[in-house]
Design a protein around this ligand. Structure first.
Ligand code: NAP
Ligand code: G4F
Length: 362
C-alpha cells in the first residue's frame, strides 16, 4: 500500500510537498488536483479500510503517493508526516455527515475533534515549521446570533458534528498560540460539486432529478425544505485553503459566497433544469428532519477577499446545472451497464438504491 516515488532528481526534490488527510473525499480530490497543477508532490493519508473507495482520486493515482493511516491513530499520522516530510499539511479528514453525528457522537468526536489534535501533534513532533490547514465549518455557528456570519460571530453549534468542529477549530488556534505553528482554520460554508456524497441534500436532489427525468426513480423524499444555506462550488473553495497557507501570517477565514438559498429553491432549480415540476415528485418525510436544525447560514467572506484575494467563481445556478448534468450522464451510464446485466430497465431495483441513501439519516 505504501507507494511513494523515490525521485532523486534535483528539480523534483525542490517541489513543495503537501500531505492531505481526507484525500478520498470531495474536497481532498479537488485539492489534490489543484496542488498537482501547482507542481506539488502530494501524499494522501488513506484508511486501509478505504482502499475500495478511491473513485474520486482514481484519475490521479499514478501522480500521488498514498500513505496508509487513520487520524484517530496518532502513530500512523506521525509515520505519514515522517514519510512525506511535507511543507504543508491539510487536515480534511472528518465524519462529515451531520445526521450521522447524532447516531455516532463518540465516533464523530474521535475523528472530527480528536483527530485534529493528532494531526497537530504529528506536526509539532516531526517538524513544527510545517504549515497546517484545518477544515473548520460554518456548522460551528449553528444557531447564529448574527447574519451574515464572519470570523467574530460567536459559535452555537447544533449537532455533535458542529461541537466537534468547534473543538478542532479551537485546538488549531491553541497550537498556534502555544507552539507558534503556522496553523490556519478555514471556516467553510457548504460547498458542493458532482463529487459530493449522495447523502448530502444537494447531491441527493440533483441525483434524484436526473433519475426521475430518465424514468429510473419515482419520488424524492426530503426533510426540512425551508432550511437555508450559502452554497458554493468545492473547486473554488480548495483554492482558498491553499491561499491561507501561502499568506504571510496564519489566521481564521470565513469562506462563503454571501448568497443564500433554501432547500426548496435548490429543488425547484434542479427539477426545472430537466423540465420537471418538482411538486409532482417531492415528498416530505418527517423522519428526515433533525433533532436540532440549523435554519439559516450565510457567510461574510470580506476578510478572505481582502487578505487572500479570494472570490468564488461559480454561482448558484451554474452549480445546480453542473451537478444535474453530471448526474444525468452518470445515471445514463449506470443504467446502460445495469441493463446489460439485468436485461431490463427495472424501476423497482433503482428505487431500492434510493432507500439505502435515506436509511443513513433516519
Ligand atoms: P467528505 O467527502 O465526507 O470526506 C471526508 C474524508 O475524511 C474522506 O476522505 C474520509 O475517508 C476521510 N476520513 C474519515 N474518517 C477518517 C479517519 N478516521 N482517518 C482518516 N481519514 C478519514 O468531506 P468533504 O465534503 O470533502 O469535506 C472535507 C472536510 O471539510 C471535512 O473535514 C468536512 O467536515 C469539512 N467541511 C466540509 C464542508 C462542505 O460543505 N463540504 C463545509 C465545511 C467543512 P474515507 O474515504 O475512508 O471515508
Ligand atoms: O446537505 P446537508 O446534509 O448539509 P449540512 O448539514 O449543512 O452540512 C454540510 O455543510 C457543513 C457546512 O455548513 C459541513 F460542515 C458538513 O460537513 C456538511 O458538508 O443539509 C443541508 C440542509 C439541512 O438543513 C437539512 O436539514 O438540508 C436539509 N435537508 C432537508 N432534507 C436535508 C434533507 N439534508 C439531507 N442531508 N437530506 C435530506 O433529505
Amino acid at each position: 500500500m505504501l507507494d511513494y516515488p523515490e525521485e532523486q532528481d534535483e528539480v523534483v526534490r525542490k517541489r513543495p510537498k503537501a500531505l492531505i488527510t481526507g484525500i478520498t473525499g470531495q474536497d481532498g480530490s479537488y485539492l489534490a488536483e489543484l496542488l498537482l497543477k501547482k507542481g506539488y508532490q502530494i501524499y494522501g493519508i488513506v484508511r486501509p479500510s478505504s482502499v475500495s473507495r478511491v473513485e474520486r482520486i482514481e484519475h490521479l493515482l499514478g501522480r500521488l503517493s498514498i500513505v496508509p493511516g487513520d487520524v484517530t491513530d496518532l502513530p500512523s499520522v506521525i509515520r505519514a508526516v515522517e514519510v512525506a516530510q511535507p511543507d504543508e499539511v491539510y487536515n480534511l479528514a472528518a465524519q462529515s455527515f451531520v445526521p450521522t453525528s447524532w447516531q455516532e457522537p463518540f465516533a464523530t468526536a474521535h475523528v472530527t475533534a480528536l483527530g485534529v489534535t493528532n494531526c497537530l501533534e504529528a506536526v509539532r513532533v516531526v517538524n513544527p515549521a510545517i504549515r497546517f490547514y484545518q477544515a473548520s465549518s460554518s456548522e460551528m455557528f449553528g444557531n447564529a446570533q448574527e447574519s451574515p456570519q464572519n470570523e467574530q460571530t460567536p459559535f452555537h453549534p447544533r449537532s455533535p458534528y458542529g461541537v466537534s468542529k468547534v473543538y478542532g477549530h479551537l485546538i488549531t488556534v491553541n497550537y498556534r498560540e502555544s507552539y507558534g505553528i503556522f496553523a490556519c482554520s478555514g471556516i467553510l460554508f457548504n460547498h458542493e460539486s458532482p463529487r459530493r456524497g449522495e447523502d448530502f441534500v444537494t447531491r441527493k436532489i440533483t441525483r434524484a432529478a436526473a433519475r426521475i427525468a430518465l424514468g429510473l426513480q419515482a419520488k424524492l423524499q426530503l426533510g426540512n425544505l425551508e432550511a437555508k444555506r450559502d452554497w458554493g462550488f468545492a473547486g473554488d473553495y480548495v483554492e482558498a485553503m491553499w491561499r491561507m497557507l501561502q499568506a504571510e501570517s496564519p489566521g481564521e477565514y470565513v469562506i462563503a459566497t454571501g448568497v443564500v438559498h433554501s432547500v426548496r429553491e435548490f429543488v425547484e432549480k434542479a427539477f426545472e433544469h430537466v423540465d420537471l415540476d418538482w411538486r409532482e415528485f417531492v415528498e416530505v418525510d418527517p423522519r428526515l428532519t433533525r433533532p436540532a436544525e440549523v435554519h439559516c447560514l450565510v457567510g461574510d467572506a470580506t476578510k478572505a477577499r481582502r487578505e487572500l484575494r479570494w472570490a468564488p467563481r461559480v454561482a448558484f445556478e451554474a452549480l445546480v446545472d453542473m451537478m444535474v448534468d453530471q448526474d444525468v450522464e452518470k445515471a445514463e451510464k449506470h443504467e446502460n451497464l445495469g441493463r446489460r446485466y439485468r436485461g431490463s430497465n427495472s424501476l423497482k431495483e433503482t428505487e431500492e438504491e434510493s432507500q439505502v441513501v435515506d436509511a443513513r439519516q433516519r
